[in-house]
Design a protein. Structure first.
Length: 54
């Protein structure tokens, strides 16, 4: 959890909102896969949310 907070505490609000709506385990996987690429994380969380809504 400390890693999660450290990575996103100073991020732009769009990224923080995207991270807030999906499970933290998924975020950790995205962090391992995309490291510091915020746009990739936003895109993946958006796709995840769309699947949940349909």
């Amino acid at each position: 959890m400390k890693k999660l907070y450290g990575r996103f505490c100073n991020s732009e609000s769009k990224l923080r909102q995207a991270v807030a709506v999906i499970p933290w385990g998924h975020i950790l996987t995205l962090m391992r896969k995309f490291d510091e690429d915020d746009n990739a994380i936003i895109l993946c969380t958006g796709n995840h949310i769309k699947r949940l809504e349909s």
